[in-house]
Design a protein. Structure first.
Length: 158
């Protein structure tokens, strides 16, 4: 009898959710043990689209437990993921699984960055700041003469 009642409650939740604009199938009785890495990276807001997350996996920029990860690789709670992007590298530990992209406050609860990764990121940020002091950006647009020198320096024809 209790299983029958529980089943009807779950069906009611699913029916109510399907009446919303977005249709989500919520199955609270089903526990997630693993999820595709590209879905998780998208849900944790490391990438703007799932296609970008899958592309990063293809290019070898994502490692799961020190092994290159394909987009379909299943991750579990406790896995260590190494993420390389254009701007930085992150080592994160998976704390929770999700396939739904939510607000950033929820996404930040899905992972924890390792201490070594935080220290390395802070060190690289400090190095970038010091480089700006030694190599300041030009004040304005380059003149025609400066532009020609830049083209000549790069070895471009034009």
């Amino acid at each position: 009898m209790n299983e029958r009642k529980l089943n009807s409650v779950n069906e009611l939740v699913i029916r109510r959710m399907s009446l919303c604009r977005r249709t989500f199938i919520i199955q609270p009785w089903r526990i997630m043990t693993g999820v595709r890495i590209d879905k998780w990276l998208w849900a944790a807001r490391f990438f703007k689209t799932r296609a970008l997350a899958a592309r990063a996996c293809e290019l070898g920029r994502i490692q799961s437990n020190r092994q290159p990860a394909k987009a379909a690789r299943e991750i579990k709670v406790g896995d260590l993921i190494h993420i390389k992007t254009d701007h930085h590298e992150l080592d994160v530990e998976v704390l929770q699984l999700s396939v739904v992209r939510g607000p950033s406050s929820v996404a930040q609860t899905l992972y924890r960055e390792t201490e070594e990764s935080r220290e390395l990121r802070a060190k690289l940020a400090e190095e970038r700041k010091t480089l700006k002091v030694f190599n300041p950006a030009p004040e304005g647009r380059p003149s025609k003469r400066d532009r020609r020198r830049i083209i000549r320096f790069r070895g471009e024809n034009g």
